[in-house]
Design a protein around this ligand. Sequence first.
Ligand SMILES: *Cc1c(COP(=O)(O)O)cnc(C)c1O
Length: 467
Amino acid sequence: MQYVSTRGGMAPQAFSDILLEGLAPDGGLAIPEHYPQVSAQTLAQWRDLSYAELAFAVLSLFVDDIPAEDLRALTQAAYDPSLYVGEAMVPVKPLQGDMALLGLSQGPTLAFKDMAMQFLGQVFEYVLEKRDSHINILGATSGDTGSAAEYALRGKKRVNVFMLSPHGRMSDFQRAQMYSLQDPNIHNLSVKGVFDDCQDIVKQLAGDLDFKQSMQLGAVNSINWARIAAQVVYYFWGWLRATDSADQQVSFAVPSGNFGNILAGHIARQMGLPIARLVLATNENNVLEEFFRTGIYRPRDSAHTYATSSPSMDISRASNFERFVYDLVGRDPDALRALWDQLATQGYFDLSHLKDRFESEYGFVAGQSSHADRIATIAQVYRETQVLIDPHTADGVKVARDHMQPGVPMLVLETALPAKFSETIEEAIGQPAPVPEHLQHLNDLPQRVVVMDADVEQVRAYMLQNA
Ligand SMILES: *Cc1c(COP(=O)(O)O)cnc(C)c1O
């Protein structure tokens, strides 16, 4: 399995070669030369596998430069049931009728990003060891991504993590979750500014090529291919749990921001998994919903990106969308590049002539949800089923309801547990969300964090001293 760039300017490379990279050298994103195919017979053989075994089976199709027994050990370590709360690591939780939740948030940080990050942590350490190399991960977070990365990389050899977060702007829970990590390779830098200031500092340092090279800077952001590949696994898992034969279809509803989660669903479908619909849900930041409704993709700037009560979806430039558009334009890098040139010059591109194919060929439908929808959905689901859902998952449930088909199970991806967003839960049901038992004393733990000004030189100096 070789990987090429969506923009056509990269010689084919193996999985381990693209693992540690961000963008491809030509500015595009790495993508498999072709999608592996999975037959009905193989699906039947996968029915009895544990999650870790299924992860090994699926990831083997994307990784052919790591010996099988090593990849098996990495997936066993990443998907060890002891890291996930509850009896089933990835439970299917029935809601109403044909609708159920796919529980992806039982991992260490209570959000679905753990599912991919845990694998990333294992495979990073493994590849760095093989290459006798080191990496310094530099990132900015406003919550979920940073903590999932830190929990996946804590204590890993050959890896340091420098994570910038906006001082005083995260929830108590998020702060306690990140800053209570005592592992010496995890560095929390609390920057006196907003998230954009943190992001700017990261961009400046990563854009300084001397610094980047001498520090062996890397990132674990949502365009990382290994994260996408690891996410493909749970679409297979969900389908296997919701069906008993290969002629049955399942739909998935996905609360979306950077288009990473639902892209994995698209890939699973391209591999032959019987998926009826991929239902994309946005919040008030509806750039993607608008694209699937009109065929016009018009990203927005940060001044037009609203802060909502499903904050992990407050994104108006979906970094993984390019990988889907590549398929949409027939995997033609020239056509893809022309579209991204248009984005740069006129601020949008228009694929409305392909609109009929979004659903008929790719299964995509979309909808959006508002704060009022979110509150009403959380309250109603709780009242009628006693299941408490988080605000992002609520956006998924709200939009999924409009796209049910008779006899087709709808799995809504549970992207976080409600305990992370208790304020909104309280608004919806008049009481806070329960905190899982093992996290009830999180706030009492000592915190390890360095506060600094929003000044690139202070961050640089700290990194030079602590790498
Ligand atoms: C990251 C995140 C999303 C958005 O996922 P994408 O892969 O960026 O589309 C949705 N919900 C939660 C809780 C998240 O953390």
